[in-house]
Design a protein around this ligand. Structure first.
Ligand SMILES: *[C@@H]1O[C@H](CO)[C@@H](O)[C@H](O)[C@H]1NC(C)=O
Ligand SMILES: *[C@@H]1O[C@H](CO)[C@@H](O)[C@H](O)[C@H]1NC(C)=O
Ligand SMILES: *[C@@H]1O[C@H](CO)[C@@H](O)[C@H](O)[C@H]1NC(C)=O
Ligand SMILES: *[C@@H]1O[C@H](CO)[C@@H](O)[C@H](O)[C@H]1NC(C)=O
Ligand SMILES: *[C@@H]1O[C@H](CO)[C@@H](O)[C@H](O)[C@H]1NC(C)=O
Ligand SMILES: *[C@@H]1O[C@H](CO)[C@@H](O)[C@H](O)[C@H]1NC(C)=O
Ligand SMILES: *[C@@H]1O[C@H](CO)[C@@H](O)[C@H](O)[C@H]1NC(C)=O
Ligand SMILES: *[C@@H]1O[C@H](CO)[C@@H](O)[C@H](O)[C@H]1NC(C)=O
Length: 371
Protein backbone atom coordinates (compact mmCIF):
# COMPACT_ATOMS: atom_id res chain seq x y z
CA UNK A 1 0.00 0.00 0.00
CA UNK A 2 1.20 3.52 -0.78
CA UNK A 3 1.03 6.21 1.91
CA UNK A 4 -1.61 8.05 -0.16
CA UNK A 5 -3.96 5.16 -0.27
CA UNK A 6 -7.35 6.82 0.55
CA UNK A 7 -8.45 4.52 3.41
CA UNK A 8 -4.97 4.98 4.98
CA UNK A 9 -5.28 8.79 4.84
CA UNK A 10 -8.74 8.51 6.31
CA UNK A 11 -7.51 6.42 9.26
CA UNK A 12 -4.52 8.68 9.78
CA UNK A 13 -6.70 11.79 9.91
CA UNK A 14 -9.05 10.18 12.40
CA UNK A 15 -6.07 9.17 14.47
CA UNK A 16 -4.73 12.74 14.46
CA UNK A 17 -8.14 14.13 15.29
CA UNK A 18 -8.42 11.70 18.21
CA UNK A 19 -4.92 12.62 19.45
CA UNK A 20 -5.83 16.30 19.34
CA UNK A 21 -9.23 15.85 20.91
CA UNK A 22 -8.37 13.33 23.63
CA UNK A 23 -6.47 15.78 25.87
CA UNK A 24 -9.13 18.40 25.15
CA UNK A 25 -11.76 16.00 26.34
CA UNK A 26 -9.86 15.72 29.61
CA UNK A 27 -9.75 19.48 29.97
CA UNK A 28 -13.50 19.80 29.62
CA UNK A 29 -15.33 21.06 32.64
CA UNK A 30 -19.02 20.45 33.42
CA UNK A 31 -20.92 23.58 32.46
CA UNK A 32 -21.80 25.19 35.78
CA UNK A 33 -18.54 24.20 37.52
CA UNK A 34 -15.09 25.72 37.86
CA UNK A 35 -12.17 23.43 37.18
CA UNK A 36 -8.50 23.93 37.91
CA UNK A 37 -6.24 21.28 36.53
CA UNK A 38 -3.05 22.59 38.26
CA UNK A 39 -4.88 22.42 41.60
CA UNK A 40 -6.68 19.23 40.55
CA UNK A 41 -9.80 20.85 41.96
CA UNK A 42 -13.37 21.13 40.71
CA UNK A 43 -15.99 23.32 42.36
CA UNK A 44 -19.71 23.38 41.63
CA UNK A 45 -20.87 25.63 44.45
CA UNK A 46 -24.42 26.95 44.65
CA UNK A 47 -25.37 26.21 41.06
CA UNK A 48 -28.86 24.81 41.73
CA UNK A 49 -27.75 21.40 40.54
CA UNK A 50 -30.23 18.61 41.14
CA UNK A 51 -27.78 15.80 40.40
CA UNK A 52 -24.03 15.21 40.33
CA UNK A 53 -22.86 16.75 37.02
CA UNK A 54 -21.61 14.50 34.23
CA UNK A 55 -18.10 14.85 32.82
CA UNK A 56 -16.06 15.71 35.89
CA UNK A 57 -12.43 15.46 34.76
CA UNK A 58 -10.59 12.36 35.88
CA UNK A 59 -7.62 14.35 37.19
CA UNK A 60 -9.85 15.71 40.01
CA UNK A 61 -8.50 15.16 43.50
CA UNK A 62 -10.70 17.69 45.30
CA UNK A 63 -14.35 17.91 44.39
CA UNK A 64 -16.81 20.33 45.97
CA UNK A 65 -20.45 20.04 44.91
CA UNK A 66 -21.93 22.05 47.75
CA UNK A 67 -24.99 24.24 48.27
CA UNK A 68 -27.05 22.59 45.55
CA UNK A 69 -30.28 20.62 45.51
CA UNK A 70 -28.98 17.15 44.88
CA UNK A 71 -31.34 14.53 46.34
CA UNK A 72 -29.40 11.31 45.78
CA UNK A 73 -25.93 10.02 45.10
CA UNK A 74 -26.32 7.38 42.42
CA UNK A 75 -24.28 4.24 41.75
CA UNK A 76 -22.57 5.72 38.66
CA UNK A 77 -22.35 9.38 39.64
CA UNK A 78 -18.73 9.24 40.80
CA UNK A 79 -17.51 6.31 38.68
CA UNK A 80 -14.06 6.73 37.23
CA UNK A 81 -12.93 9.50 39.57
CA UNK A 82 -10.10 7.31 40.74
CA UNK A 83 -7.91 10.21 41.92
CA UNK A 84 -10.45 11.67 44.31
CA UNK A 85 -9.07 12.42 47.78
CA UNK A 86 -11.48 15.07 49.07
CA UNK A 87 -15.19 15.02 48.30
CA UNK A 88 -17.71 17.43 49.70
CA UNK A 89 -21.41 17.09 49.02
CA UNK A 90 -22.33 19.32 51.94
CA UNK A 91 -25.43 21.49 51.98
CA UNK A 92 -27.55 19.56 49.55
CA UNK A 93 -30.79 17.65 50.00
CA UNK A 94 -29.34 14.19 49.77
CA UNK A 95 -31.72 11.62 51.21
CA UNK A 96 -30.39 8.47 49.55
CA UNK A 97 -26.91 7.14 48.95
CA UNK A 98 -27.20 4.27 46.49
CA UNK A 99 -25.31 1.00 46.31
CA UNK A 100 -21.67 1.42 45.14
CA UNK A 101 -21.92 5.22 45.26
CA UNK A 102 -18.50 5.61 46.91
CA UNK A 103 -17.12 2.10 46.68
CA UNK A 104 -14.91 2.69 43.63
CA UNK A 105 -13.12 5.71 45.11
CA UNK A 106 -9.99 3.91 46.20
CA UNK A 107 -8.04 6.95 47.43
CA UNK A 108 -10.87 8.95 49.04
CA UNK A 109 -9.79 10.31 52.43
CA UNK A 110 -12.18 13.13 53.33
CA UNK A 111 -15.89 12.81 52.76
CA UNK A 112 -18.22 15.61 53.81
CA UNK A 113 -21.94 14.84 53.69
CA UNK A 114 -22.88 17.43 56.31
CA UNK A 115 -26.13 19.40 56.09
CA UNK A 116 -28.15 16.88 54.15
CA UNK A 117 -31.32 14.88 54.86
CA UNK A 118 -30.20 11.29 54.76
CA UNK A 119 -32.70 8.53 55.39
CA UNK A 120 -31.08 5.69 53.46
CA UNK A 121 -27.46 4.70 53.05
CA UNK A 122 -27.23 1.51 51.05
CA UNK A 123 -25.22 -1.20 52.85
CA UNK A 124 -22.91 -1.43 49.81
CA UNK A 125 -22.50 2.31 49.34
CA UNK A 126 -18.90 2.08 50.57
CA UNK A 127 -16.23 -0.50 50.00
CA UNK A 128 -17.35 -2.98 52.63
CA UNK A 129 -14.02 -4.70 53.17
CA UNK A 130 -11.49 -1.94 53.44
CA UNK A 131 -11.95 1.65 52.41
CA UNK A 132 -9.53 4.51 52.61
CA UNK A 133 -11.77 7.13 54.27
CA UNK A 134 -10.10 8.88 57.21
CA UNK A 135 -12.59 11.65 57.94
CA UNK A 136 -16.33 11.41 57.59
CA UNK A 137 -18.51 14.42 58.28
CA UNK A 138 -22.16 13.59 58.89
CA UNK A 139 -23.03 16.65 60.94
CA UNK A 140 -26.59 17.82 60.60
CA UNK A 141 -27.25 15.22 57.95
CA UNK A 142 -29.12 12.26 59.44
CA UNK A 143 -32.78 13.01 58.92
CA UNK A 144 -34.30 10.43 61.25
CA UNK A 145 -33.59 7.19 63.08
CA UNK A 146 -33.71 5.21 59.81
CA UNK A 147 -30.56 7.02 58.77
CA UNK A 148 -28.80 6.22 62.06
CA UNK A 149 -29.71 2.55 61.72
CA UNK A 150 -28.44 2.35 58.15
CA UNK A 151 -25.26 4.22 59.08
CA UNK A 152 -24.72 1.82 61.98
CA UNK A 153 -25.13 -1.13 59.63
CA UNK A 154 -22.63 0.35 57.15
CA UNK A 155 -20.02 1.09 59.84
CA UNK A 156 -20.48 -2.27 61.54
CA UNK A 157 -19.42 -4.11 58.39
CA UNK A 158 -15.85 -3.26 59.29
CA UNK A 159 -14.73 -1.52 56.12
CA UNK A 160 -13.82 1.73 57.83
CA UNK A 161 -10.46 0.53 59.05
CA UNK A 162 -8.75 3.87 58.52
CA UNK A 163 -11.46 6.16 59.84
CA UNK A 164 -9.92 8.44 62.44
CA UNK A 165 -12.43 11.27 62.61
CA UNK A 166 -16.22 11.00 62.67
CA UNK A 167 -18.50 14.01 63.00
CA UNK A 168 -22.08 13.35 63.98
CA UNK A 169 -23.16 16.66 65.52
CA UNK A 170 -26.76 17.96 65.45
CA UNK A 171 -28.46 14.77 64.35
CA UNK A 172 -31.04 14.27 67.12
CA UNK A 173 -29.48 10.90 67.88
CA UNK A 174 -31.17 9.35 70.93
CA UNK A 175 -29.03 6.24 71.14
CA UNK A 176 -26.17 4.69 69.24
CA UNK A 177 -27.11 1.24 67.93
CA UNK A 178 -25.22 -1.67 69.46
CA UNK A 179 -21.89 -2.31 67.75
CA UNK A 180 -22.07 0.81 65.61
CA UNK A 181 -18.58 2.00 66.52
CA UNK A 182 -16.89 -1.22 67.53
CA UNK A 183 -15.20 -1.81 64.14
CA UNK A 184 -13.61 1.63 64.04
CA UNK A 185 -10.26 0.63 65.47
CA UNK A 186 -8.43 3.77 64.31
CA UNK A 187 -11.10 6.21 65.47
CA UNK A 188 -9.60 9.06 67.50
CA UNK A 189 -11.96 11.98 67.19
CA UNK A 190 -15.70 11.50 67.69
CA UNK A 191 -18.00 14.48 67.78
CA UNK A 192 -21.54 13.83 69.05
CA UNK A 193 -22.28 17.38 70.12
CA UNK A 194 -25.89 18.62 70.09
CA UNK A 195 -27.73 15.31 69.90
CA UNK A 196 -30.27 13.73 72.28
CA UNK A 197 -28.24 10.88 73.76
CA UNK A 198 -29.89 9.72 76.98
CA UNK A 199 -27.52 6.97 78.03
CA UNK A 200 -24.02 5.68 77.44
CA UNK A 201 -23.90 1.89 77.65
CA UNK A 202 -20.71 0.09 78.51
CA UNK A 203 -20.71 -1.30 74.96
CA UNK A 204 -21.12 2.10 73.27
CA UNK A 205 -17.44 3.10 73.27
CA UNK A 206 -15.96 -0.27 74.19
CA UNK A 207 -12.88 -1.33 72.25
CA UNK A 208 -12.08 2.20 71.08
CA UNK A 209 -9.04 4.26 71.91
CA UNK A 210 -10.34 7.79 71.49
CA UNK A 211 -8.42 11.02 71.88
CA UNK A 212 -11.37 13.35 71.66
CA UNK A 213 -15.01 12.66 72.51
CA UNK A 214 -17.51 15.48 72.50
CA UNK A 215 -20.82 14.69 74.23
CA UNK A 216 -21.79 18.29 74.99
CA UNK A 217 -25.41 19.37 74.57
CA UNK A 218 -27.00 15.95 74.87
CA UNK A 219 -29.66 14.56 77.23
CA UNK A 220 -27.43 12.68 79.67
CA UNK A 221 -28.70 12.65 83.27
CA UNK A 222 -25.65 10.80 84.52
CA UNK A 223 -22.92 8.44 83.39
CA UNK A 224 -23.05 5.08 85.12
CA UNK A 225 -20.03 3.27 86.48
CA UNK A 226 -19.85 0.70 83.64
CA UNK A 227 -19.56 3.50 81.07
CA UNK A 228 -17.03 5.34 83.22
CA UNK A 229 -14.87 2.23 83.43
CA UNK A 230 -14.80 1.94 79.64
CA UNK A 231 -13.97 5.62 79.19
CA UNK A 232 -11.36 5.52 81.96
CA UNK A 233 -9.46 2.84 80.04
CA UNK A 234 -8.95 5.17 77.08
CA UNK A 235 -5.89 6.86 78.45
CA UNK A 236 -5.43 9.54 75.77
CA UNK A 237 -9.06 10.63 75.96
CA UNK A 238 -10.27 14.20 76.34
CA UNK A 239 -13.96 14.12 77.11
CA UNK A 240 -16.41 17.03 76.98
CA UNK A 241 -19.74 16.89 78.78
CA UNK A 242 -21.15 20.34 79.39
CA UNK A 243 -24.73 21.20 78.48
CA UNK A 244 -26.18 17.91 79.72
CA UNK A 245 -29.13 17.97 82.17
CA UNK A 246 -27.40 16.19 85.05
CA UNK A 247 -29.75 15.03 87.80
CA UNK A 248 -27.99 15.48 91.12
CA UNK A 249 -29.28 12.52 93.08
CA UNK A 250 -27.81 9.22 94.21
CA UNK A 251 -27.33 8.04 90.60
CA UNK A 252 -24.78 10.80 90.10
CA UNK A 253 -22.49 9.59 92.86
CA UNK A 254 -20.26 7.45 90.60
CA UNK A 255 -19.81 10.26 88.12
CA UNK A 256 -19.04 12.83 90.81
CA UNK A 257 -16.34 10.71 92.40
CA UNK A 258 -14.96 9.80 88.97
CA UNK A 259 -14.77 13.47 88.04
CA UNK A 260 -12.90 14.10 91.29
CA UNK A 261 -10.05 11.78 90.34
CA UNK A 262 -10.12 11.76 86.51
CA UNK A 263 -8.02 14.14 84.44
CA UNK A 264 -9.94 13.28 81.27
CA UNK A 265 -12.82 15.75 81.35
CA UNK A 266 -11.84 18.98 79.65
CA UNK A 267 -14.81 21.04 80.78
CA UNK A 268 -15.26 19.66 84.28
CA UNK A 269 -15.65 23.15 85.78
CA UNK A 270 -18.65 23.80 83.55
CA UNK A 271 -20.73 20.78 84.52
CA UNK A 272 -23.78 21.67 86.61
CA UNK A 273 -26.96 20.13 88.00
CA UNK A 274 -30.16 20.72 86.05
CA UNK A 275 -32.34 18.94 88.64
CA UNK A 276 -33.55 18.96 91.40
CA UNK A 277 -34.65 22.55 91.33
CA UNK A 278 -32.90 23.64 94.53
CA UNK A 279 -29.56 22.42 93.13
CA UNK A 280 -29.98 23.90 89.65
CA UNK A 281 -26.70 25.37 88.38
CA UNK A 282 -24.71 23.87 91.27
CA UNK A 283 -21.35 22.78 89.92
CA UNK A 284 -20.80 19.01 89.92
CA UNK A 285 -17.32 19.63 91.30
CA UNK A 286 -18.77 21.43 94.30
CA UNK A 287 -20.86 18.36 95.05
CA UNK A 288 -17.68 16.33 95.39
CA UNK A 289 -17.35 16.59 99.20
CA UNK A 290 -17.31 13.37 101.22
CA UNK A 291 -20.38 14.44 103.19
CA UNK A 292 -22.36 15.10 100.02
CA UNK A 293 -22.50 11.41 99.16
CA UNK A 294 -26.10 10.54 98.40
CA UNK A 295 -27.01 13.69 100.34
CA UNK A 296 -30.15 14.31 98.35
CA UNK A 297 -31.74 10.94 98.71
CA UNK A 298 -30.95 10.97 102.47
CA UNK A 299 -32.76 14.24 102.49
CA UNK A 300 -35.75 12.37 101.10
CA UNK A 301 -35.50 9.67 103.77
CA UNK A 302 -35.35 12.31 106.48
CA UNK A 303 -38.51 13.86 105.15
CA UNK A 304 -40.19 10.47 105.30
CA UNK A 305 -39.05 9.93 108.91
CA UNK A 306 -40.35 13.37 109.84
CA UNK A 307 -43.75 12.56 108.43
CA UNK A 308 -43.88 9.28 110.40
CA UNK A 309 -43.13 11.20 113.63
CA UNK A 310 -45.92 13.67 112.86
CA UNK A 311 -48.35 10.82 112.20
CA UNK A 312 -47.41 9.20 115.53
CA UNK A 313 -47.99 12.43 117.41
CA UNK A 314 -51.40 12.94 115.84
CA UNK A 315 -52.43 9.37 116.71
CA UNK A 316 -51.17 9.91 120.30
CA UNK A 317 -53.24 13.07 120.75
CA UNK A 318 -56.34 11.33 119.39
CA UNK A 319 -55.76 8.47 121.87
CA UNK A 320 -55.43 10.86 124.82
CA UNK A 321 -58.62 12.71 123.83
CA UNK A 322 -60.44 9.37 123.59
CA UNK A 323 -59.31 8.36 127.10
CA UNK A 324 -60.29 11.80 128.45
CA UNK A 325 -63.77 11.46 126.98
CA UNK A 326 -64.10 8.03 128.58
CA UNK A 327 -62.99 9.45 131.95
CA UNK A 328 -65.35 12.40 131.84
CA UNK A 329 -68.22 10.12 130.97
CA UNK A 330 -67.38 7.51 133.59
CA UNK A 331 -70.75 7.87 135.39
CA UNK A 332 -72.73 7.61 132.22
CA UNK A 333 -70.69 4.59 131.21
CA UNK A 334 -71.29 2.95 134.57
CA UNK A 335 -75.06 3.41 134.19
CA UNK A 336 -74.86 2.10 130.66
CA UNK A 337 -72.93 -0.97 131.76
CA UNK A 338 -75.43 -1.67 134.55
CA UNK A 339 -78.23 -1.39 132.04
CA UNK A 340 -76.41 -3.82 129.77
CA UNK A 341 -75.91 -6.25 132.61
CA UNK A 342 -79.57 -6.10 133.54
CA UNK A 343 -80.55 -6.66 129.98
CA UNK A 344 -78.30 -9.71 129.77
CA UNK A 345 -79.71 -11.01 133.00
CA UNK A 346 -83.25 -10.71 131.77
CA UNK A 347 -82.32 -12.48 128.59
CA UNK A 348 -80.66 -15.32 130.49
CA UNK A 349 -83.70 -15.67 132.75
CA UNK A 350 -85.93 -15.93 129.79
CA UNK A 351 -83.76 -18.71 128.27
CA UNK A 352 -83.73 -20.46 131.61
CA UNK A 353 -87.45 -20.36 131.79
CA UNK A 354 -87.93 -21.75 128.28
CA UNK A 355 -85.45 -24.51 128.98
CA UNK A 356 -87.38 -25.62 132.06
CA UNK A 357 -90.60 -25.80 130.13
CA UNK A 358 -89.00 -27.71 127.20
CA UNK A 359 -87.59 -30.64 129.18
CA UNK A 360 -89.03 -31.52 132.60
CA UNK A 361 -86.53 -34.25 133.37
CA UNK A 362 -83.69 -31.76 133.15
CA UNK A 363 -85.16 -29.55 135.84
CA UNK A 364 -83.38 -31.29 138.71
CA UNK A 365 -80.02 -31.19 136.92
CA UNK A 366 -80.38 -27.54 136.04
CA UNK A 367 -81.51 -26.76 139.60
CA UNK A 368 -78.47 -28.63 140.89
CA UNK A 369 -76.24 -26.61 138.58
CA UNK A 370 -77.90 -23.44 139.70
CA UNK A 371 -76.97 -24.24 143.23
C1 LIG B 1 -7.09 -3.17 51.49
O1 LIG B 1 -7.11 -2.51 50.24
C2 LIG B 1 -5.83 -2.42 49.62
C3 LIG B 1 -6.00 -1.67 48.34
O2 LIG B 1 -6.79 -0.56 48.55
C4 LIG B 1 -5.30 -3.82 49.39
O3 LIG B 1 -4.00 -3.72 48.82
C5 LIG B 1 -5.22 -4.56 50.70
O4 LIG B 1 -4.81 -5.89 50.49
C6 LIG B 1 -6.58 -4.57 51.37
N1 LIG B 1 -6.46 -5.18 52.68
C7 LIG B 1 -7.34 -6.06 53.15
C8 LIG B 1 -7.08 -6.58 54.52
O5 LIG B 1 -8.30 -6.43 52.51
C1 LIG C 1 -5.00 2.67 55.74
O1 LIG C 1 -3.89 3.37 56.27
C2 LIG C 1 -2.68 2.68 56.14
C3 LIG C 1 -1.63 3.46 56.89
O2 LIG C 1 -1.77 4.82 56.69
C4 LIG C 1 -2.36 2.51 54.68
O3 LIG C 1 -1.16 1.83 54.51
C5 LIG C 1 -3.49 1.74 54.01
O4 LIG C 1 -3.27 1.65 52.63
C6 LIG C 1 -4.81 2.42 54.25
N1 LIG C 1 -5.88 1.59 53.76
C7 LIG C 1 -6.59 1.89 52.70
C8 LIG C 1 -7.66 0.96 52.34
O5 LIG C 1 -6.40 2.91 52.09
C1 LIG D 1 -18.31 19.09 59.35
O1 LIG D 1 -19.44 19.81 58.94
C2 LIG D 1 -19.82 20.87 59.79
C3 LIG D 1 -21.12 21.42 59.26
O2 LIG D 1 -21.03 21.69 57.92
C4 LIG D 1 -18.71 21.90 59.83
O3 LIG D 1 -19.05 22.94 60.71
C5 LIG D 1 -17.43 21.23 60.30
O4 LIG D 1 -16.37 22.15 60.25
C6 LIG D 1 -17.10 20.04 59.44
N1 LIG D 1 -15.96 19.36 60.01
C7 LIG D 1 -14.86 19.13 59.33
C8 LIG D 1 -13.78 18.42 60.06
O5 LIG D 1 -14.72 19.48 58.18
C1 LIG E 1 -37.51 8.53 57.95
O1 LIG E 1 -37.91 9.39 56.89
C2 LIG E 1 -38.27 8.70 55.69
C3 LIG E 1 -38.60 9.75 54.64
O2 LIG E 1 -39.44 10.73 55.14
C4 LIG E 1 -39.45 7.78 55.96
O3 LIG E 1 -39.75 7.04 54.80
C5 LIG E 1 -39.07 6.82 57.08
O4 LIG E 1 -40.19 6.02 57.40
C6 LIG E 1 -38.63 7.59 58.32
N1 LIG E 1 -38.22 6.66 59.32
C7 LIG E 1 -38.62 6.72 60.58
C8 LIG E 1 -38.10 5.69 61.51
O5 LIG E 1 -39.40 7.58 60.97
C1 LIG F 1 -28.61 21.48 67.25
O1 LIG F 1 -29.25 20.58 66.40
C2 LIG F 1 -30.48 21.02 65.87
C3 LIG F 1 -31.03 19.93 64.99
O2 LIG F 1 -30.86 18.69 65.54
C4 LIG F 1 -30.28 22.30 65.07
O3 LIG F 1 -31.53 22.76 64.62
C5 LIG F 1 -29.63 23.34 65.95
O4 LIG F 1 -29.35 24.49 65.16
C6 LIG F 1 -28.34 22.79 66.51
N1 LIG F 1 -27.78 23.75 67.46
C7 LIG F 1 -26.50 24.07 67.46
C8 LIG F 1 -26.08 25.07 68.48
O5 LIG F 1 -25.71 23.60 66.66
C1 LIG G 1 -21.82 -4.21 80.82
O1 LIG G 1 -22.53 -4.04 82.02
C2 LIG G 1 -23.31 -5.15 82.41
C3 LIG G 1 -24.05 -4.81 83.67
O2 LIG G 1 -24.63 -3.58 83.57
C4 LIG G 1 -22.42 -6.36 82.61
O3 LIG G 1 -23.22 -7.47 82.88
C5 LIG G 1 -21.60 -6.59 81.35
O4 LIG G 1 -20.68 -7.63 81.59
C6 LIG G 1 -20.83 -5.37 80.98
N1 LIG G 1 -20.12 -5.58 79.74
C7 LIG G 1 -18.87 -5.17 79.55
C8 LIG G 1 -18.30 -5.43 78.22
O5 LIG G 1 -18.22 -4.61 80.43
C1 LIG H 1 -28.33 29.00 85.72
O1 LIG H 1 -27.37 29.34 84.74
C2 LIG H 1 -27.91 29.89 83.57
C3 LIG H 1 -26.80 30.09 82.57
O2 LIG H 1 -25.56 30.12 83.17
C4 LIG H 1 -28.63 31.19 83.90
O3 LIG H 1 -29.22 31.71 82.76
C5 LIG H 1 -29.69 30.94 84.95
O4 LIG H 1 -30.28 32.14 85.34
C6 LIG H 1 -29.10 30.24 86.14
N1 LIG H 1 -30.18 29.84 87.04
C7 LIG H 1 -30.09 29.96 88.36
C8 LIG H 1 -31.27 29.48 89.15
O5 LIG H 1 -29.09 30.40 88.91
C1 LIG I 1 -11.73 13.81 95.94
O1 LIG I 1 -10.35 13.52 95.91
C2 LIG I 1 -9.66 13.85 97.06
C3 LIG I 1 -8.20 13.48 96.85
O2 LIG I 1 -7.83 13.56 95.54
C4 LIG I 1 -10.22 13.13 98.26
O3 LIG I 1 -9.57 13.54 99.42
C5 LIG I 1 -11.70 13.42 98.38
O4 LIG I 1 -12.26 12.65 99.41
C6 LIG I 1 -12.38 13.08 97.09
N1 LIG I 1 -13.80 13.40 97.18
C7 LIG I 1 -14.73 12.59 96.77
C8 LIG I 1 -16.14 13.04 96.91
O5 LIG I 1 -14.49 11.50 96.27
Amino acid sequence: MTPWDPPGVFLCCWGLLFLVLAPLRCHLCPVPCECSEPARTVKCVQKELTSVPVGIPTYTRNLFITGNQIARVGSRDLRGLSNLVTLSLANNRINTVESQAFSTLQTLRYLDLSHNQLTTIHPDAFNVRNNSIQELNLSHSLYNSSAILSLAAVLAQGGFQNLSRLELTSNQIVYLPLGMLSGLTKLEHLDLRNNSLVDIKNSTFAGLDLKYLDLTMNALKTLRSEALTILGRQLRLHLFLKGNPFVCDCDLEDLVSWLNQSQQVGDVEKLACAFPRDLKNTSLVELAGPDLECHFSQHGENALQTSYVALGMVLGVIGIIFLLVLYLNRKGIKTWMNAMRDACHNLMDEYHYRYEIDSDHHITQVSALDI
